[in-house]
Design a protein. Structure first.
Lengths: 638, 85
């Protein structure tokens, strides 16, 4: 993919500029900007390392990454990562955010002192179109031509000196993926920071609002500087002729998805089991240090049992995100979108809905925020309404728990395909199907389809970098642990308290006669036909807060019941549930809207309680009916 | 020179963009991907379902549905000449 004998030294070519000694400006904030797919995030990760913060800009849903530029020895400087945009023309919210940050009008974000403009060196004619509007803002700018390795390997040429003279700004060739040429950045920051901006640039800028004029300017610049575009990426073409092949393409797509689930089970399950053993022992040992009274009971039976039942799923969640990361970073996900577009259109969803829906596999909350890129209001609403049906990672704990407990580890077709992975994949398919049908219903009744276009850039295939994958896993893991330490901990605490009260003298209630036992038995008639006992019912109630909570609640409830106290949660469930009830439970979770964060974000994005209320009611009814049918069918068939 | 809608051009054929009849927002986005009058475009492949199709424009590969591509018109090149710009 890359030439290994490329010379490592890279020069910053500076246009002649007057140097006024003594006029030092102290830099604090650096903005990073570039078009989509230019390798900006890779560079951002390179420059800041693991110490980045993610936040939302006030009033908008565009995410805001910032971090100290520690990796280049400038931890005094904050790097702000702006959204990937083609131009500063304010058709999209992303572009509006970028303009506001660059011009210092974004509340809470300091005015940037200078700009790092990242462009993909292999497509200069197109990428330079963003340079003109960025220069016009008037901040000191370093132009970083990324993917120098690709450019060289495929025989392209750039005269950085000529380009720097033409643009009136320093220019450098870098490779963010390989970490080459990055030493120009601290050099530039030093020089630009110690030199007052004279404000006069020898630059003729095009009419900024016109794409055609920016384009012809860019073409003239590349022409005058004798830019040679590299040859087509042969490997990408060759791979695409297989991966987008009429028959092989969809089959490979399915095989890839299946392989991911297979690995989540075959590698993830033993890891989770091992982690479970370690956590149980840890809890048992730690409990000995506590006084043998209600405190030990609370910590061990209440909190630890609940939280550790959720924690054990960390390896599987991380594995899933590792694969999603590889697929996304390699460029395969864009091909998947192309393959899936036909299905999306058949149900009347915008092609643009594919990306939010895909990210809903991680979590519906960012997915619903991402729908802001859909201009058409009704299509956006349709996407918001169906997004929570996509199988988010919060469903993974209950899915893997039930599957590991009830589905035998049978393999067929010579051991390639496992039954557990098949069931898991079916659950994902079920959620997707529910989303499709709901979208179709919305489309043929309330909302009519419109012709918003599907425009998808297919990036070249790239090797995912270890650094970017590590960062994804780190982010995900942190989020998961945080949730386990806050929401899940709090819920298991409440469940524990309610399951020991009321006190009989100085004695705890036994669980069936506790408050929670009464609540559970009171709702049991409603859920009995679904094959759920009262403990599952309490799990369902508590998981309205967040889906993972059910696992924590069940861990606590079964841990406190003398009959199942000694067994693992899997064993306890096997002892207490029929296969019909177990399958009905995962089916219920495939459809139900058990997530207050999602409801809150739908309320915020639609500005009304109407839609979250409709969504909650609709999804709960679908979940109830589907679970009922599942249980009844299994009971009567087997 | 024959002018045809991009959606009608065969896979493997190439030409120069003549005009784009799409709303401002869409054509602005397309322009930044390279779809501007005078640019060389090549029909690269079809998605497995036949639609969308993938076009190579100025070194970039872009997937478009036929419903969008039918509003982009190009002058078909008789022979496969390379980008003259």
């Amino acid at each position: 993919m890359s030439s290994c004998h490329a010379p490592a030294e890279v020069l910053v070519e500076e246009p002649p500029a007057p140097v006024v000694p003594g006029a030092k400006v102290r830099f604090r904030t650096v903005a990073l900007i570039g078009p989509p797919n230019c390798g900006k995030s890779t560079l951002f990760n390179r420059l800041t390392g693991m110490r980045q913060k993610v936040a939302n800009y006030p009033g908008v849903t565009v995410e805001h990454h910032s971090g100290k530029m520690k990796s280049i020895g400038r931890s005094d400087l904050t790097l702000i990562d702006l959204p990937g945009i083609y131009s500063l023309a304010t058709y999209s919210e992303d572009a509006r955010v970028a303009v506001e940050v660059l011009t210092g009008k974004m509340p809470g974000v300091p005015v940037p002192d200078c700009v790092l403009l990242v462009l993909d060196a292999t497509h200069m004619n197109r990428q330079l179109m963003l340079a003109a509007p960025v220069f016009s803002i008037g901040l000191p700018t370093l132009v970083l031509l990324n993917m120098s390795d690709q450019l060289e390997a495929r025989g392209g040429k750039i005269d950085t000196l000529a380009l720097a003279k033409e643009l009136g700004h320093p220019v450098a060739l870098i490779s963010a993926a390989q970490g080459k040429g990055l030493d120009v950045i601290p050099d530039f920051l030093l020089r630009a920071g110690s030199k007052p901006d004279d404000g006069t640039r020898p630059l003729q800028l095009p009419i900024l609002q016109s794409a055609a004029s920016c384009r012809s300017w860019a073409t003239q610049v590349t022409g005058r500087t004798k830019y040679q575009a590299p040859a087509a990426a042969l490997w990408t073409r060759r791979l695409d002729s297989v991966l987008l092949h009429r028959f092989a393409g969809p089959l490979i797509f399915l095989a890839v998805v299946f392989a991911v689930f297979q690995v989540v089970f075959t590698i993830g399950q033993p890891l989770s089991d091992g982690m479970g053993t370690i956590l149980t022992n840890l809890g048992a040992h730690a409990a000995l240090a506590l006084p043998d009274n209600w405190i030990r009971a609370l910590v061990r039976d209440g909190l630890w049992n609940g939280v550790q039942s959720v924690l054990v799923f960390l390896p599987q969640i991380l594995l899933l995100f590792l694969f999603i990361g590889i697929l996304e970073d390699s460029g395969y996900l864009a091909r998947a979108a192309l393959i899936a577009d036909r299905v999306m259109r058949a149900i009347g969803l915008n092609g643009k809905a594919f990306i939010p829906l895909l990210s809903a596999y991680a979590c519906a909350v960012p997915a619903i925020m991402a729908t802001r890129t859909i201009e058409n209001k009704r299509e956006r609403l349709a996407t918001i309404m169906v997004a929570p049906f996509m199988t988010c990672s919060a469903r993974l704990p209950i899915y893997t728990l039930i599957i590991a407990a009830f589905i035998p580890n049978t393999r067929f077709l010579g051991g390639i395909i496992g039954l557990r992975a098949t069931v898991m994949l079916s659950l994902y398919a079920l959620g997707f199907l529910a989303a499709l049908i709901t979208a179709k219903l919305l489309n043929s009744s309330v909302m009519k389809a419109s012709a918003a276009p599907f425009i998808l850039e297919l990036p070249q295939y790239r090797w995912p970098t270890v650094q970017s994958l590590t960062l994804r896993l780190y982010d995900r893991g942190k989020l998961f642990l945080k949730k386990a330490g806050t929401i899940i901990l709090a819920c298991t605490f409440v469940v524990w308290v309610l399951s020991v009260l009321p006190l009989h003298g100085a004695q705890f209630s036994d669980i069936t006669h506790s408050i929670i036992g009464h609540i559970g038995h009171w709702i049991e008639p409603v859920i009995r036909p679904l094959g759920f006992n009262w403990k599952i019912g309490i799990g369902l109630l508590s998981s309205i807060v967040a889906r993972e909570v059910i696992v924590g609640t069940l861990g606590t409830l079964y841990g406190m019941d003398p009959a199942t106290h000694a067994a693992s949660l899997q064993g306890a469930l096997r002892h207490d549930m029929t296969i019909g009830g177990a399958i009905a439970l995962v089916v219920f979770f495939a459809f139900a809207m058990q997530c207050t964060s999602t409801l809150a974000i739908v309320r915020r994005e639609t500005n009304s309680w109407k839609y979250p209320a409709i969504q909650f009611t609709y999804m709960t009814i679908v979940a109830y009916v589907a679970a009922l049918v599942t249980n009844q069918v299994i009971v009567h068939l087997f | 020179m024959q002018v045809t809608a991009l959606s009608n051009a065969k896979v493997g054929s190439a030409g120069v963009v003549e005009r784009i009849d799409l709303p401002e927002e869409v054509s602005h986005h397309l322009a930044h991907l390279g779809f501007l009058p005078g640019t060389h475009v090549e029909v690269l492949r079809r998605a497995p379902a036949g639609d969308p199709r993938v076009y190579r424009i100025d070194g970039v590969e872009v997937g478009l549905r036929n419903e969008t591509a039918k509003h982009i018109f190009l002058k078909l090149a008789k022979t496969q000449t390379k980008d003259a710009a």
